[in-house]
Design a binder for this molecule. Structure first.
Ligand code: NDP
Length: 324
């Protein structure tokens, strides 16, 4: 029988964790023929809740789930891990300054990066979901000098999927007819969903909608969708975030021609090297590649630059705090 793939999930007792674990265990993360072993990392006061979720996972009798371990020790949680989904993070609370937020998350993602460095399997792949995701991924990466830098990624797939859904509704087409959607930059309000390369039935999406809709409705709706869901649901988006994490890892491992993911920049499209920024990407042989050769017009350039500037400011701030 195939050796199970070890998948470590942090913040496993949180609401995204609850939406994520059952889908991983059912085979949706890696493929319907890949056995998995789950490792749940939580803070001490949430370990009991994680144990409750593990009881429910047991009760599903998933054929592909070969074991579950639960711990508050990152060194154990990442020991031999092949995939790490870093979901647990310190949320911004009212009145919290950016420096405090970054500092608190540095205290989580620095030690986790080190634990990954020292204990994870050689093929470790890391997806950071916990916000500020891009910069948390950078902190973890910089704490893991022995792991190839490109194994640290952050999630913009939810933004990508939201953009697909908004455009499909506007044009009254199935999402499957939309190709080459791209999210650029930071997973934040400055992100830029780009319709100038997106194709719908062979036509460029930006030419099928009017500019005012693109600028004043589409871009802000995608960027502010999280807040709209909190407003409607009374809780933040969890199932759709978990779904996007599944999509990201599945495509990374199994390949795709085009999607969006935040990966370390190689300097492409003027994004300073090393920043973990969202790009149009393909995945081949288990590696992300930035799709090259796209023409960037002035409208897009301005928005990509603004989001990248924010990433640079976050990088400067974590440097000044000594977190990287
Ligand atoms: P959620 O499971 O709802 O969210 C977890 C993280 O994902 C947050 O940082 C959140 O950011 C982020 N996120 C990214 N995209 C989205 C999205 N589209 N919608 C919602 N969230 C998104 O948080 P809970 O509070 O329910 O659970 C967090 C768990 O993490 C707790 O059980 C806590 O104990 C645990 N934790 C574990 C740590 C560890 O393992 N060492 C460290 C810290 C916490 P945002 O806040 O911006 O919404």
């Amino acid at each position: 029988a195939q050796t199970p793939v070890k998948v470590t999930v942090t913040g496993a007792a949180g609401q995204i964790g609850y939406a994520l674990l059952f889908r991983i265990a059912s085979g949706q993360l890696l493929g319907a023929d890949v056995p998995v072993k789950l490792s749940l990392l939580e803070i001490p006061q949430a370990v009991k809740a994680a144990e409750g979720t593990a009881m429910e996972l047991d009760d599903c009798a998933f054929p592909l789930l070969s074991g579950i371990e639960i711990t508050d020790d990152a060194n154990k949680a990442f020991d031999g891990a092949n995939v790490a989904l870093l979901v647990g993070a310190r949320p911004r609370t009212a009145g919290m300054e950016r420096g405090d937020l970054l500092q608190a998350n540095g205290g989580i993602f620095g030690p986790q990066g080190k634990a990954i460095n020292d204990h994870a399997a050689d093929d470790i792949r890391v997806l950071v979901v916990g916000n500020p995701a891009n910069t948390n991924a950078l902190i973890a990466q910089q704490s893991a000098p022995d792991v190839p830098a490109e194994r640290f990624t952050a999630m913009t797939r939810l933004d990508h999927n939201r953009a697909l859904s908004q455009l499909a509704a506007k044009l009254q087409v199935p999402v499957t007819e939309i190709k080459k959607m791209t999210i650029w930059g930071n997973h934040s309000a400055t992100q830029y969903p780009d319709l100038f390369h997106t194709e719908v039935g062979g036509k460029i999406a930006a030419e099928l909608v009017d500019e005012a809709w693109l600028r004043d409705t589409f871009i802000p709706t995608v960027a502010k969708r999280g807040a709209a869901i909190i407003e409607a649901r009374g809780a933040s988006s969890a199932a759709s975030a978990a779904n996007a994490a599944i999509d990201h890892v599945f495509d990374w491992v199994n390949g795709t021609e085009w999607t969006s993911a935040a990966i370390p920049s190689d300097g492409s499209y003027g994004v300073p090297e090393g920043l973990i920024s969202s790009f149009p990407v393909a995945s081949r042989d288990g590696k992300w590649e930035i799709i090259q050769g796209l023409e960037i017009d002035a409208f897009s350039r301005e928005r990509i630059d603004a989001s990248v500037r924010e990433l640079e400011e976050e990088r400067t701030a974590v440097r000044e705090l000594g977190l990287i």
